[in-house]
Ligand binder design. Structure first.
Ligand code: DXP
Ligand SMILES: NCC(=O)COP(=O)(O)O
Length: 237
């Protein structure tokens, strides 16, 4: 079984559009948990365009499933994660002005830096995951950073699936296998959807967890959050 962590960034985007508290991000997260999701993911960006640092603090006190905080480990982010002590921190090499995450780490070039950051989180018993492209060299170097997991960046898969090239899942399957052999657990995320998740799950072994937000919230506009989450859970069994 692969765990579903729902990324609620887009709930905060909607809330922020009016400056009030509709929808209430914390309440939606609790409802998502009650609908069966096994985790909540947030990605507080430096400009707080969606999830704010205060949201992360508010969520940390009330969530009962696995809390996953994603982001570039700038000092402000590291301090927030250490304060909250979530189950998992996912390190993403985001540029400040990026519209969304658009690349995995170069774990070869950044190995020393990642090792240092990861050791800080490890001292506080926070599981670490490193966001990487489906490239065996990046996976092998990730294993040398001390990380517990990798998160495979799935945008390329989602694009290829939409273009009818299902075979492009091969590099992901290979990287998941290498990661597993090296003792790393495997997460995946970005642009996964009800349409493309089933094939990914079928072809990529050792898939511990997927974090899904953008498509899941869009699909919920038609199906409602509860039914959408249940449909994901069926595909991830
Ligand atoms: C790390 C990752 O893959 C992203 O999908 C991210 O969490 C989404 O961020 P935005 O919601 O800001 O696009
Ligand atoms: N780590 C990926 C994530 O949290 C969700 O990405 P997306 O589904 O919003 O593209």
């Amino acid at each position: 079984m692969t765990k579903l962590s729902v990324n609620i960034n887009k709930i905060a985007t909607l809330r922020n559009a009016r400056g009030g508290n509709i929808p209430n991000v914390v309440q939606v997260a609790l409802d998502i948990e009650s609908f069966g999701a096994e985790g909540i993911t947030v990605h507080p960006r430096p400009d707080e365009r969606h999830i704010t640092y205060q949201d992360v603090l508010d969520l940390s006190g009330v969530l009962t499933t696995e809390f996953n905080i994603e982001g570039n480990p700038i000092t402000k982010f590291v301090n927030l994660v250490l304060q909250v002590k979530p189950a998992q921190v996912t390190l993403v090499p985001d540029k400040e002005d990026a519209i969304t995450s658009n690349a995995g780490w170069d774990t070869v070039k950044n190995k020393t830096y990642l090792k240092e950051v990861i050791s800080v989180f490890k001292e506080h018993n926070i599981r670490t995951s490193v966001f990487v492209d489906p490239d065996p060299a990046m996976v092998r170097a990730a294993a040398e950073t001390g990380a517990d997991r990798i998160e495979l960046y799935t945008e390329a898969y989602a694009v290829s699936y939409a273009n009818g090239k299902k075979g492009d899942v091969g590099s992901y399957a290979e990287c998941a296998k290498i990661a597993h052999e090296l003792g790393l657990e495997v997460n995946a995320g970005h642009d996964l959807s009800l349409e493309n998740i089933g094939y990914f799950k079928e072809k990529v072994a050792h898939l511990e967890e997927v974090s899904i937000g953008h498509a899941l919230i869009a699909e919920s506009l038609y199906m409602g959050l509860e039914k959408t989450i249940q449909n994901y859970l069926k595909l991830l069994k």
